[in-house]
Ligand binder design. Structure first.
Ligand code: GSH
Length: 278
């Protein structure tokens, strides 16, 4: 039996939901409400000591970290394969996972936070807010939350995120131009799946075109990705109208400043700069 601990509109959960849909795996879900701090409840921390979603429990065995969960699912249910058999392509797939886990995840979280979760935190009591900041005692995560709560788009973490997206889209455009339609060529893989929720979030925030307006291969890739039934079931159809409208409203408010900060980054970035996936 498979149980997925998930949260509504969580980018990391969405990666796993796409993988489950692609493989047509059935599962149960337990919803963890991040705005009620349910991720920090002692019972949940025994499953996921970092106090984050998603977590997968398979016949009593716990698997955490969305990238690892997707790979675990691919190994457990081999058809259709989502990890390339070729060792070189496998390494390139992992390079994309690393770029996401070591940069784009935080980039997306910080942009989302500055645009909209910041507003929700303002609605919490001081005690709830401090609990969220304190989380599970991770000083780095706390510093990021506090910086984005206090400074919004002016936070240095948001600037880092804008730079990380710039590098990633540049690398995507290069790889897709060399060999599409998917990131690793003909086969749709976890490299594509891992990126989809992040690109979707930027689009819902009305920010995506800031990076991809001049990147036609990324645009084509994104059209193909959105046409997959797994995208609809895991992301588009799972979002409420209110969530979609909130993302657009709050994202639009930071759009101009994000564009300016991107221009600031580009004016100073070395020409050869590329993401980890380069
Ligand atoms: N590296 C982890 C990150 C998980 C993560 O941070 N998830 C977010 C939701 S997308 C979360 O649970 N945040 C709750 C919090 O920070 O309190 C993964 O990929 O599974």
């Amino acid at each position: 039996m498979l149980t997925l601990y998930k949260a509504g509109n969580s980018i990391c959960t969405q990666k796993v939901l796409i993988t489950l849909a692609e493989k047509e795996i059935s599962y149960d879900t337990v919803n963890i409400n991040l705005f009620k701090n349910e991720q920090y409840e002692p019972a949940y921390l025994t499953i996921n000591p970092k106090g984050v979603v998603p977590s997968l429990v398979h016949d009593g065995k716990v698997v955490v970290e969305s990238t690892l969960i997707c790979e675990y699912l691919d190994e457990s249910v081999p058809e259709p394969p989502l990890v390339p058999a070729d060792p070189y392509l496998h390494a390139r797939m992992r390079l994309w996972s690393k770029a996401i886990d070591e940069g784009l995840f935080e980039a997306t979280r910080e942009l989302s936070f500055s645009a909209m979760f910041r507003e929700r935190l303002r609605g919490m009591t001081e005690e709830q807010r401090q609990r969220r900041f304190r989380n599970v005692g991770d000083p780095e995560r706390r510093a990021r939350y506090q910086s984005c709560y206090g400074l919004g788009v002016e936070s240095p973490y948001v600037f880092q995120g804008i730079a990380d997206f710039e590098k990633a889209f540049k690398a995507m455009e290069r790889d897709l131009a060399a060999q599409g339609p998917w990131l690793l060529g003909d086969a749709f893989t976890l490299a594509d799946i891992n990126l989809m929720p992040f690109v979707a979030r930027l689009e819902y925030l009305n920010l995506l075109d800031l990076w991809v307006a001049d990147r036609p291969h990324v645009q084509t890739w994104w059209r193909h990705a959105k046409a997959r039934p797994s995208f609809s079931s895991a992301i588009a159809d799972a979002l409420s109208d209110a969530e979609v409208s909130d993302m657009r409203t709050f994202g639009s408010r930071i759009r101009e400043r994000v564009g300016e900060r991107r221009a600031e980054y580009l004016s100073d970035a070395p020409e050869h700069t590329m993401a980890g996936a380069a």
